[in-house]
Write a protein that binds this ligand. Sequence first.
Ligand code: 6PG
Length: 268
Amino acid sequence: MPFKHDVVVCKSTEAVCEAAYSMIIAETEANLEAKHITSFALSGGGTPRGLYKMLANRLDLFKEKKAMKFIMGDDRLVPLDHADSNFNMATECLLKHLPKECIIEVEPTPAVPTTGSPENGEGGARIVAEDYQKRVLSELPTRTVKNERGEEVQIPIVDIVLLGFGSDGHTASVFPDSIASREDKNSFSVSYPSPTMVPKVWRVTMTPIAIQHAKHVIVLACSKDKSWVVRGVRDDTPQGEVPVARFLRNCEGKVTFILDEGAATTTE
Ligand code: 6PG
């Protein structure tokens, strides 16, 4: 089944962020014209930092007009002011300028005492994920969809989900063979990172079924070590290892990859 998607290739990480910025602002302004508040699931890692700083130049949209509702597409289960927190990074770059009612933040406290334990951290992480899911579903518009087993699942209707790729093939915090990668009944779940990924703490993440029903998924990927993941999602016939992020091929909305030349490499 061909995978309908758009690709933008840029010369640098900064150009990737600029392309994402223009796309997000255009969508937000169009939604505002239609009197619709845009919901935006933020990703973490390093690539989007520049994008979030650019978005902070449009406080007329995000502060005065409150045109956007921000949620966390995934986060590390550490205190919100911790250096490893995606929320902390987004706050430093953008969210600190915004009214609290524009943000639905994760409440990580129940997970923190055991977050570094792959054996003992699941329980606390699940408490956080269940609480976050409940609050997101209560504050965003929702719809009911059916999973592959025909069961009904309530999901948030998210306008824009921003994602990155990890060199292990993950996206958001859906790591290979993780709890979240198998979750098809909830919009948020938990995971512990792959052996090559850091930081070694439990995560909360949007699940594949929630991401697949977003109106627009925007993937930012830079550097050649992500190119196998990009190919593994884009190619109709995957060559070699299949990345867990391949679930993006079942997205029902728009999917846009914004890549630098390294991530866009088409050969090994
Ligand atoms: C996280 C992110 C993760 C990230 C990728 C890419 O919590 O780490 O949400 O999915 O987007 O790992 O990270 P970079 O942008 O740093 O390459």
